[in-house]
Design a protein around this ligand. Structure first.
Ligand SMILES: [Zn+2]
Length: 336
């Protein structure tokens, strides 16, 4: 931010009280045409933090796109205290082909941050994004979904040892927070280590707009805005119960030992008890059923949607719950 409260980026300036929709060039195609990402910068009348909201770093992960667009265009931001940098589609080439990775040599944009101006095409794109729209922010939220063919319950991933990420993660108000540093090259990890604390929001499956998850994530954004004073008169939300999954708890993708067609017995968000059947691997004749049982009592945070597996393929992401949390979850699930 400049001294007059304006948000500045390469070649541009957004003053307090101003909103700009930009198509910002981050690369060029084989035809020499620009590859441009959509950016909306909303600089509020009142001063406050500068926050980025980003989505579709993986090009087929769509739920977050709608979250970012609705904040930018459907919310009344006339009393906003601060600046929003809205980046609904980071990976434009992947979005155009509806695939996770950049189609250029299948690079993962979300392993290419903070990028470099003289490196690979992926790192050059990452650099343009990071330098202009991430680094200037005080903190950020990066929206993802599960990988294609699986689905996630809404949860946050954050480095809970980092004080600001801890505050941000709790402010978002999900039941589940997975505590991890964030791999090298991810937007979350690199932004956090360079001074822009960032959390990831995981929600649902790829290739979909899932209305209830989008609404839930919007409530999370509103709660973050409340925590940091961007919006007055909104309370920070308490999700009813919360568990922070740390490394000392078990969290594992349960993998299939057999190939086959999967008959899944639980949905995302379900509590399964140790020894309970999670799913059954069947053959085409339904005469050789292999039950897969929960190795410990836990919550189904992620689960297979596309019901076919080779041996070794993941079936569900199960995270262990502490005794007390387990009882609270049992009570809340028996009510619904
Ligand atoms: Zn992703």
């Amino acid at each position: 931010m400049s001294a007059d409260g304006a948000f500045t980026y390469n070649g541009g300036k957004v003053s307090p009280g101003e909103t700009q929709n930009i198509r910002y060039g981050i690369s060029e195609t084989y035809l020499g045409d620009p590859v441009r990402i959509p950016v909306t910068i909303i600089n509020g009348d009142r001063t406050g933090p500068t926050v980025f909201l980003s989505a579709a770093a993986h090009g087929d992960e769509l739920n977050g796109i709608e979250v970012v667009r609705e904040v930018a265009f459907d919310w009344d931001l006339s009393t906003l205290a601060g600046t929003l940098v809205c980046l609904p589609v980071l990976n434009v080439p992947g979005f155009l082909t509806q695939q996770r990775y950049l189609p250029i040599y299948d690079r993962d944009l979300n392993r290419s941050f903070p990028g470099a101006p003289d490196s690979t095409s992926a790192k050059r794109m990452a650099h343009e994004i990071f330098e202009n729209f991430i680094s200037p922010c005080d903190f950020g939220l990066d929206f993802h979904t599960s990988t294609r063919g699986r689905t996630n319950m809404l949860h946050v991933r954050a480095d809970m040892a980092h004080e600001d990420c801890h505050r941000l993660a709790k402010a978002f108000g999900t039941n589940v927070i997975i505590d991890s540093e964030g791999s090298s090259g991810t937007l979350r990890g690199e932004a956090t280590s360079s001074g822009t604390p960032t959390i990831t929001v995981e929600m649902g499956e790829a290739h979909r707009f899932q209305r209830s998850l989008i609404d839930d994530a919007l409530a999370g954004v509103r709660s973050v805005f409340a925590e940091y004073g961007l919006e007055a008169d909104t309370p920070v939300r308490w999700p009813g119960w919360r568990t922070v999954i740390t490394d000392d708890k078990e969290k594992t993708w349960i993998r299939s030992d057999a190939g086959g067609i999967v008959d899944m017995h639980h949905e995302r968000g379900a509590l399964v008890h140790e020894g309970e059947r999670i799913c059954t691997i069947t053959n085409p004749f339904k005469d050789d059923n292999v039950p897969v049982r929960a190795p410990f009592t836990g919550l189904v945070v992620g689960v297979l949607e596309n019901p076919v597996v080779y041996p070794g393929n993941p079936l569900c992401h199960l995270v262990e719950l502490g005794e007390e949390t387990r009882r609270v979850v049992e009570r809340s699930q028996s009510r619904t």
